[in-house]
Design a protein around this ligand. Structure first.
Ligand code: ADP
Length: 441
């Protein structure tokens, strides 16, 4: 309290005392001393009554404080300082609340945009708030689930028992088989019973993990067969050599050579695929002469076919901007597949054309071979996916050809389209974006 305030307080006090004294004096002089004392007492009681009313008002106001209800009084009123302090405190409080609310809104908005799910659970497992990602990932309905017990919302799922157990030292892996989604759940306890639950979508990580495991298993399996054949013959030869005899005929050598060739093809395809997947080199923008590329691919196809198929080609006069070695290898894969999956006397046609506005540049290989079941089409570009395993291996396939073509197309900003009818034939089309077109010079 400063000097000015002390002085004004003293003035107010003196004012009250003087008012009581003067009232008493006026009454004493007008009537007699008893009246004067009675009037002074009545005046004091009036002041006391006014103060009690104010105290009562303040007590009620404190229960439901509102800035608008604080009365304006003159600074010479004995309650001026109390009411002013209340007003200032209330103004400060409302300012702080506003600030905190806007800060909270900002935090919640930030949390809402997170790709991970965030759920705030308060005492009694009551769901307080969650962001959109959590709604989607955990199937929370913001309308009906807010304020419900999290144990009820996640009832009969491993998440409810995980929460109930209360041991959050390890994350929980939650899999929703119906939606093919895997989530990693982490829980942090704040204070006594407030809980923050974080859900992170690990579907892609899990998928890649299983692809990696499958890949290693597939490669091992693909290499084991030829290695078993070769080592079997070598053992035989070794046993014969110990007896001083060489028991290995031409046929055995041919088989060993065949298997070694198969391994070498596999390793070479694996290296190609790995190089393409890592995208080590950007595809060069060669000006590819499609006429000569198609002619060469068809000649190679005829050599593979050994004259058992009729292979034709047609090409519009337009050049392609791309990596020549990669496009050549993709086309060779498709032509070789067409030969291998088309019975003798079948017809194969290779075509290059500008399909017109919005449809891109199309390099296609059509055959009237065995065709592919519609259910297998989405999977045949996966590594090692084969419709007929023995036919693929017997004809020297590695199971990686279409995966290589698909990656080459991705690197060129294009796509591989497959149309097929079982028993009638297939069309594999490499569709390049229009900006890869070069006008014929
Ligand atoms: P593969 O070395 O087994 O031929 P690919 O990746 O080239 O491996 O092809 C994957 C699978 O797609 C093949 O095993 C075969 O089942 C099927 N396929 C590919 N091309 C054709 C085609 N022209 N006609 C029928 N089926 C085909």
């Amino acid at each position: 309290m400063n000097v000015r305030e002390t002085l004004s307080e003293m003035l107010i006090f003196l004012g009250i005392v003087s008012a009581i004294f003067l009232t008493g004096l006026v009454f004493a002089l007008s009537f007699d001393l008893v009246y004067g004392l009675a009037a002074a007492l009545a005046c004091s009681l009036l002041f006391l009554f006014i103060d009690f009313r104010r105290i009562d008002w303040i007590t009620r106001w404190l229960e439901k404080p509102s800035l608008a209800e604080i009365p304006e009084v003159s600074q010479y009123n004995s309650w001026y300082r109390v009411l002013e302090r209340l007003r200032q405190n209330r103004i400060q409080f409302e300012k702080n609340t506003k600030k905190m609310k806007s800060r909270e809104t900002r935090y919640r908005r930030t949390l809402s945009t997170l790709p991970d799910g965030v759920v705030l659970i308060k005492t009694g497992w009551l769901l307080d708030w969650c962001n959109e990602a959590a709604e989607k990932q955990l199937g929370i309905d913001p309308e009906t689930d807010h304020g419900r017990s999290a144990l009820d919302i996640f009832k009969d799922t491993p998440l409810a028992s995980y929460l109930e157990k209360g041991d959050f030292s390890k994350a929980l892996m939650l899999t929703f088989a119906d939606r093919a989604v895997s989530l990693e759940i982490r829980v942090t306890v704040l204070g006594r019973k407030n809980i923050v639950l974080l859900s992170h979508d690990v579907t892609e990580r899990e998928r890649l993990d299983s692809v990696r495991k499958d890949f290693v298993a597939n490669v091992s399996h693909e290499l084991r067969t030829p290695l078993t054949v070769i080592s079997g013959f070598l053992e035989l030869a070794g046993a014969g050599a110990a007896d001083g005899k060489v028991c290995m005929d031409r046929e055995h050598f041919a088989l060993m050579q065949d298997q070694a060739h198969r391994m070498s093809n596999l390793v070479s395809d694996l290296l190609t695929l790995s190089r393409l997947e890592q995208g080590i080199e950007e595809p060069a923008d060669d000006e590819i002469d499609m006429d000569s590329l198609l002619r060469q691919a068809v000649e190679e196809g005829r050599a593979v076919s050994g004259g058992h198929h009729e292979i034709t080609w047609s090409a519009q006069p337009c050049r392609l901007k791309g990596n020549e070695a990669e496009v050549r290898s993709a086309l060779a894969n498709l032509v070789s597949n067409a030969v291998r999956y088309t019975p003798h006397n079948g017809h194969i046609h290779v075509d290059w054309k500008d399909a017109g506005a919005g449809r891109g540049l199309v390099l296609s290989v059509a055959d009237d071979g065995i065709g592919i079941d519609p259910k297998d089409i989405p999977r045949i570009t996966e590594r090692f996916y084969r419709v007929d395993k023995s036919r693929s291996r017997d004809t020297g396939g590695t199971g990686l050809g279409l995966a290589i073509v698909k990656h080459i197309m991705i690197r060129h900003g294009g796509r591989l389209e497959i149309k097929s009818t079982p028993g009638k034939g297939s069309v594999f089309s490499m569709v390049f974006p229009e900006d890869r077109k070069l006008s014929q010079s």
